[in-house]
Design a protein around this ligand. Structure first.
Ligand code: C5P
Length: 411
């Protein structure tokens, strides 16, 4: 029997040049044994005909809310209940805006409002429209409402621009659909080691160099990892957070302490996630006694030396004891460029990058957006995860990490 026999997918097609890809998506879903019914917006019909999608899905295509003939067959509420999943591909900026406001001004938006099924969208639009604060606001709202996303990809666009907004390829969209129905990867026999929080580098017995890392993201990752059933070792710098249930915590202060704990715990582990904001430099010779103001002139010279790069050292372990290694990159500009550089330079398998230049930054905040970049057998692949509570982002990242570990790739 095909793997997803009988699963019922309501495919919403809106007005994008990528609408032709929906034909291929229908074929892939049908090949997996799924039933597909298509709803098109008015604009979508200018890009691909209902007849094409009807022939591929083997079902009449619905285009209007006020169609007595179609309603007599399966009413819109019945259709909303019928769906095991609503997939929108392509999803335009306009459709996202209407859904974010809970509008029901055509058949597709009405179905989305009337259905309790999981919802997945493959956005497709010009890169300026995608980056626009209004679209990003709608994305955030829809994520909070439970929408899941596949793509958009970055690259050449039909309009000649280059950037994020290309609809994901049909294979990636179909895989994202399968993933909704595939039991989540569990990790009972998996050992995940995570570093979190800041480090403190002593200058004298009472003073130190540190940073504003709250540890929230690392702790959210530890919590999400423990929920999958994994054995979780959390190497934590000084933070004011409770230890998540089921997590074994190792408290450290300095980068040197974090380095040795990481080495001890990560060898032979399955996944190592470096989420700590490790202080880059430490005092070459911390003073044995408190540095006195009166012993110094108007300035004080400290000699700082570089701390070891913990994650790069773990990534360089011999393959027999090397875990899958995932790093973080908090950047204020050129996020993608620096993330690619860091992935290569530190020898990582995946990097989670975020832009901390936005208002409020991410340190200490409860929400975070991320751009994931990972190695594939033929190069690199990436995915944007919209701004969302750190807890939800953490479980997405853990799931991607488990996929990468299990399958050598993530959809
Ligand atoms: O080089 P940068 O600090 O921007 O790199 C960030 C990534 O490297 C994070 O995953 C962080 O935990 C890790 N890191 C590390 N040891 C250091 C510096 C950074 O493990 N000394």
């Amino acid at each position: 029997m095909p793997p997803f026999a009988g699963k019922r997918i309501l495919l919403g097609v809106s007005a994008g040049i990528a609408a032709y890809k929906s034909a291929l998506i229908i074929r892939l879903l049908k090949q997996a044994g799924m039933e597909v019914r298509v709803v098109m917006t008015d604009g979508a019909q200018a890009f691909i005909t209902p007849l094409t999608l009807q022939a591929l899905s083997g079902e009449p295509v619905r285009t209007s809310l006020l169609d007595p003939g179609a309603e007599a067959g399966m009413g819109h509420i019945e259709l909303a209940r019928w769906a095991d999943l609503i997939l929108i591909a392509p999803g335009t900026a306009d459709l996202m805006a209407r859904l974010a406001h809970g509008m029901a001004d055509d058949l597709l938006t009405t179905l989305c409002l009337a259905s309790e099924a999981p919802r997945l969208m493959a956005p497709a639009m010009n890169q300026v429209m995608w980056r626009h604060p209004a679209t990003q606001r709608n994305l955030e709202q829809l994520s909070r409402d439970g929408w899941q996303w596949v793509g958009p990809d970055a690259g050449d666009q039909a309009c000649g621009d280059i950037g994020p907004g290309r609809m994901s390829e049909p294979e990636a969209v179909a895989e994202a659909v399968f993933k909704v129905f595939r039991p989540a990867q569990t990790s009972r026999s998996c050992h995940i080691v995570i570093t979190a929080g800041p480090t403190r580098e002593p200058l004298d017995p009472v003073r130190y160099l540190s940073n504003h890392s709250s540890g929230k993201m690392g702790y959210a990752l530890a919590h999400a990892a423990a929920r999958t059933g994994a054995r979780v070792s959390l190497i934590s710098g000084p933070v004011n957070l409770p230890t998540p249930a089921g997590v074994e915590r190792f408290d450290v202060d300095s980068a040197a302490q974090m380095h040795s704990a990481a080495h001890r715990l990560a060898q032979g582990a399955d996944i190592f996630i470096g989420c700590a904001a490790v202080v880059d430099f430490r005092a070459e010779a911390p003073a044995e006694h408190k540095i006195k103001k009166h012993q110094n002139e108007d300035s004080l010279t400290l000699i700082l030396v570089k701390n070891p790069d913990i994650i790069a050292d773990i990534a360089a372990l011999p393959s027999a004891s090397r875990p899958l290694v995932i790093g973080f990159a908090a950047e204020t500009r050129d996020v993608e460029h620096y993330a690619r550089d860091k992935l290569a330079r530190k020898g990582l398998d995946m990097i989670v990058a975020n832009d901390i230049s936005q208002a409020g930054g991410v340190f200490g905040s409860d929400d975070n957006a991320a751009w994931l970049l990972w190695k594939t057998p033929d190069g690199q692949a990436s995915e944007s995860l919209p701004s969302q509570p750190k807890a939800r982002l953490a479980s997405d990242i853990i799931q991607r990490a488990l996929d990468l570990l299990a399958f050598g790739e993530t959809p």
